[in-house]
Design a protein around this ligand. Structure first.
Ligand code: RI2
Length: 318
């Protein structure tokens, strides 16, 4: 199967995920599922085998864009495992139906976990956020809808300053926002009632893989006695970690950290830009999902229930 057989929209979505025009684990999952539906609609295949091969090729192209957020392979898995039918028309319909169903479930899961997270917040609380997570924001938004007054201290989250998106979206729902640089977090933790972060992946041991800086924030929160929760739909659970695999941490371009001119004016330096880190379960108070909240160490039970003992790769060539 060559790239020529991929719908142009699949290539566009893959490119947008890689460059982070489409970003955030849940948004990436929805984008990937919708791209598979587009591939199904546009695939120029006469035979079922040819159609299936083109769907697998599209899934592989989407899969290779970013390595850490497991919501991406979980979305591809959800859709491809439901691809069935004796002819191309039936196969096409099954993919379109599965994709639409997946996106609907994402929205519902986020609403449901928002309610659970909101129940942990009290009227008058101040929360601290890291990066931009639609799952974490859903908790704050639900608390506001419950009539609670919530304030937020928002970390800017270098290198891409995704805290700015969080600040804007919190202002849109009327939450007073104070923006701080990342290194000021410990100074402000004494003014905070809860830290809320999202997740790109959650490992079977309860480790939370999220935007770089989360683990340092969690350690500081624990030291200051501030509860920290991860808001994560179950598509963030990483089934491969059930069988001993580790989660690959994406390394991004050095230019996100420093521009070439400043770098050369400094001299001969190395620059590293890991996008994520792992927060050990002992530093996280709760993982909030659409199925309720869990102590991180018990998330493996939910993972087994939802994913069985491991993960298939339905995009692989048979
Ligand atoms: P939602 C983001 O990664 C952040 O790390 C965020 O916490 C996580 O995805 C989850 O986002 P990136 O794609 O799914 O910005 O909660 O690198 O929106």
């Amino acid at each position: 199967m060559t790239d020529r057989q991929l719908a142009p929209e699949v290539e566009e979505t893959a490119e947008a995920i890689a460059t982070m025009d489409i970003r955030g684990a849940a948004t990436i999952a929805a984008g990937a599922a919708e791209a598979l539906a587009t591939q199904a609609r546009e695939a120029d295949a006469n035979e079922p085998a040819e159609f299936r091969a083109s769907m697998r090729a599209a899934a592989r192209r989407l899969r290779e864009t970013r390595p850490t957020a497991v919501s991406l392979p979980n979305a591809l898995r959800y859709v491809l495992q439901r691809m069935e039918g004796r002819d191309v028309d039936a196969l096409r319909r099954s993919v379109e139906t599965a994709s639409a169903e997946f996106v609907r479930q994402l929205d519902r899961a986020q609403d449901d976990l928002g309610q659970v997270g909101a129940n942990r917040l009290a009227d008058g609380d101040t929360v601290m956020t890291h990066c931009h997570s639609t799952d974490a924001l859903a908790c704050v938004e639900a608390a506001v809808e419950q009539g609670k007054e919530i304030e937020a201290i928002v970390k800017e989250t270098r290198p891409r300053n995704q805290g700015h998106i969080t600040a804007e979206q919190l202002r849109d729902v009327g939450v007073p926002v104070t923006l701080i640089v990342d290194s000021a977090a410990r100074r402000f933790l004494d003014d905070v009632d809860h830290v809320i972060v999202g997740a790109d992946s959650i490992a079977a041991d309860g480790g939370v893989i999220n935007k770089i800086g989360t683990s340092g924030l969690a350690v500081n929160a624990r030291e200051r006695g501030v509860p920290i929760m991860t808001a994560a739909q179950t598509i963030k659970l990483h089934p491969e970690t059930l069988t001993g695999h580790t989660v690959e941490i994406e390394t991004r371009s050095e230019t996100e950290v420093i521009d070439a001119e400043t770098r050369s004016s400094i001299g001969d330096i190395a620059v590293e830009n890991p996008a994520f880190d792992v927060t050990p379960p002992r530093y996280m108070d709760a993982i909030v999902t659409e199925h309720g909240q869990f102590p991180p160490e018990s998330i493996v039970i939910l993972m087994r229930e939802l994913f069985g003992e491991g993960a298939e790769e339905p995009w692989a060539e048979p």
